[in-house]
Design a protein around this ligand. Structure first.
Ligand code: NAP
Length: 343
C-alpha cells in the first residue's frame, strides 16, 4: 500500500501557518564564558541542525528562569555546556519548521511550546532551536506565543512537585514557599485544582492575587514567621531553601510526623536529608525533566481557563542582560519572557 502524506497545513486550521526554509544563520544572545549579565551579547550564529528524533522550531518567545542566570554565572547547569559561545534558554514557544517524518503529530507550521534537551542543551535565546520531539506539545490556543513561553519549565516543575511527587488530593495540607514566583504560581493552582488546602509564603503585595489563584492562606514572609501560624502540614514545597536564611530548617517544624519536605533549588540546603531524618519527616530533592505529555495536559488546563500564566515583564531578545538582572533580583511575580521574533 502506498503511503499517503497527511496535509501539513490547511485553511481550516488557523493555528498552522506557512513558513519559509530556515536560513543558514540566525540572531541569538550568546555567552563566550561564564560571567555577569553583561556577558550576554548579540551574535549571528549557525542555525542548528536537528537529528531524526528532533524538531527544528522557529522561536517566538523564550522563558527566563533562575537556572538561566545561575548557568550564565558559571553555576546551575553550566557543567553541561559543551562549547562556547553558548546559547542559553531552556523553554520557549514557537512554530515547527521541520519534524521527523511526514505524518508526525507535530508537522511543520504547528505552534508548539516546550523545553530543550535540558540540562544537556539550551538554545531558546536564538531564532531557531532544535528540541527533542518528546519535550514539546501543541501551544495552548488561548495563549499568545509570549504567554506560552512563560509556561514550560516552571509549569512542568510545579506539575512534577504537586502531582507526581506530592500526589495532591482533596484535604491534603500543602505549604508552598515563594508561591508568587514562576514555579510557585503554577504550584498553587495545581494543588488547589486537585483539592488540596494551600498555604503559601509570599510578600504582602501578592496576597490578593494568590488567593484568586486558589491559596487559602497567604503568609507575608516579610512580617511573619510562618511556623508561628501554620502547623501539621502534610507537604512542604520549598522553593527557597536555606540560601540567605533558614526557610528550609524552619519548614521541618511545621510538618506532621511522616510528612514530606521537598527541596527544590538544587544546592540551596545540602544538609536537608539528615535534618529531615532527625525531625521524623520524609524528604526529597526534585529535578525537572522535560515531558511533552505532561505539557499537553497542562495546555488543556490553560485552554480551559482552570490555570493561568502570569507574565510579569517582557523583554526583547537583545535586552537579555536586563532580564537576567531582574530574575536575579528574586522578586518576579509569575514569569519573565524574552520576545525573540515576531509570532
Ligand atoms: N530543581 C528544579 O528542577 C528546579 C526547577 C525550577 C526552578 N528551580 C529553582 O526553584 C527556585 C524558584 O524558581 P522560580 O522560577 O519560581 O523563581 P522566581 O520566579 O525567581 O521566584 C521569585 C519569587 O520568590 C519570592 N520569594 C523570594 N524570597 C522569598 C522568601 N524568602 N519567602 C517566600 N517567597 C520568596 C518572591 O516573592 P516577593 O517578590 O513577594 O518577595 C518572588 O515572587 C529557584 O531557585 C529555581 O532555580 C528548581
Amino acid at each position: 500500500m502506498r503511503f499517503r502524506p497527511l496535509p501539513t497545513a490547511t485553511s481550516s486550521d488557523p493555528d498552522t501557518i506557512p513558513f519559509a526554509d530556515p536560513p543558514d544563520s540566525m540572531r541569538a544572545m550568546v555567552i563566550d564564558a561564564p560571567g555577569d549579565p553583561d556577558a550576554l551579547r548579540a551574535a549571528s550564529v549557525p542555525v542548528p541542525s536537528p537529528v531524526m528524533s528532533e524538531l527544528l522550531v522557529r522561536v517566538v518567545g523564550a522563558g527566563v528562569n533562575p537556572i538561566d542566570a545561575k548557568t550564565r554565572a558559571g553555576r546551575g547547569v553550566s557543567g553541561a555546556i559543551a562549547e562556547y559561545p553558548a546559547v542559553l534558554g531552556y523553554d520557549f514557544s514557537g512554530i515547527v519548521v521541520t519534524s521527523p517524518y511526514e505524518a508526525h503529530a507535530l508537522p511543520p507550521g504547528t505552534p508548539v511550546f516546550g523545553m530543550t534537551a535540558f540540562p544537556r542543551s539550551g538554545g531558546a535565546y536564538g531564532e531557531y532551536v532544535v528540541v527533542p520531539a518528546q519535550s514539546v506539545a501543541r501551544k495552548p490556543s488561548a495563549l499568545s506565543h509570549v504567554e506560552a513561553a512563560g509556561v514550560p519549565l516552571a509549569a512542568l516543575t510545579a506539575w512534577g512537585l504537586v502531582v507526581e511527587t506530592a500526589h495532591a488530593h482533596e484535604g491534603q495540607r500543602v505549604l508552598i514557599h515563594a508561591g508568587s514566583g514562576g514555579v510557585g504560581h503554577f504550584a498553587v493552582q495545581f494543588a488547589a485544582y486537585f483539592g488540596a488546602h494551600v498555604t503559601v509564603t509570599a510578600s504582602g503585595r501578592n496576597a490578593p492575587w494568590l488567593r484568586e489563584l486558589g491559596a487559602s492562606v497567604v503568609i507575608d514572609y516579610t512580617t511573619t514567621r510562618f511556623e508561628e501560624v501554620v502547623a501539621e502540614v502534610d507537604v512542604v514545597i520549598d522553593l527557597v531553601g536555606n540560601v540567605g536564611g533558614d526557610t528550609g530548617s524552619r519548614s521541618l517544624t511545621v510538618l506532621r510526623r511522616g510528612g514530606l519536605y521537598i527541596m527544590v533549588p538544587t544546592g540551596a540546603w545540602p544538609g536537608y536529608a539528615e535534618a529531615a531524618a532527625g525531625a521524623g519527616v520524609r524528604a526529597t530533592s526534585y529535578k525537572v525533566i522535560p515531558d511533552g505529555g505532561a505539557l499537553a495536559t497542562i495546555a488543556r488546563l490553560l485552554d480551559s481557563g482552570a490555570v493561568q500564566v502570569y507574565i510579569d515583564r517582557v523583554f526583547d531578545l537583545d535586552e537579555a542582560a536586563a532580564a537576567h538582572r531582574e530574575i536575579e533580583d528574586g522578586h518576579t511575580r509569575g514569569k519573565i519572557v524574552l520576545r525573540v521574533s515576531d509570532g
